[in-house]
Design a protein around this ligand. Sequence first.
Ligand code: SAH
Length: 260
Amino acid sequence: MNNGKVTHGKCTLVGAGPGDPELLTLKALKAIQRATVLFVDDLVSDEIVAYAQRTARIVLVGKRGGCKSTPQAFIEKLMIMAAREGENVVRLKGGDPFIFGRGGEEVEHLQAAGLEVEVVNGITAGLAAVTSLGVPLTHRQHAHGVVFVTGHARPGDTGTDWRALADTAYKARLTLVIYMGVSGAGRIQNELLTGLPATTPVAVIQNASLPTQRHITTTLGALADAIHAGGLASPAIIVVGDVIRSVALAAAHPAAVRAA
Ligand code: SAH
């Protein structure tokens, strides 16, 4: 991925998956074990960081690192410096680096600084969350496709067009997998109700794949109230669509027992 340019060091963006270390890919594990410096995001679990060499330098760049969270430009500057010093740099990100992880921006900036960048996929939270309920994201009877969408808009950005999305999801029979949607759930619910029935099934899954996982199932018409009543908070995935009806199928699935 260096576009044939002269490079001054290399860095690997590694998807750490949703939290459960067993959901790491072998490629991710090997990259973590090779790293001499790791820049670690908030949502990456300690057990995964523990796979790094004992001598590796661990830089926590999320809220755990100290202050609110390290500014993106500063993280990139540190990564560039470390790579130029010949370190084996790994940037460990939750889920998949290219799903709402700002991985795209990071790759552009690192390449512009002359670094060679490799990206290792991880299992994205939306995928793991739904599977943990024993529910498929697509199903020939319930959904012809799936949309991964963010519930969080950048400041000054109008964000997702929920009305258009509701219309399309209804007509095309798509499952909606909403990241970062819990705090805006009331607004998302109201907008989606313009195109989807109030009876549309919804699941909200918090801390997917971790021992602390909890979930609720509800309907679109009751979404915000159910989140409030269930006390669910970030990090959570909201899944909207008829596939959630098959949660009944999942009753025998062990993860469902951990439900709220
Ligand atoms: N790159 C990540 C997403 C980063 S955005 C990925 O591919 O998964 C952060 C959002 O991801 C959170 O607000 C939440 O919506 C979701 N998320 C991350 N980990 C999660 C988990 N273990 N359980 C539920 N949602 C999670």
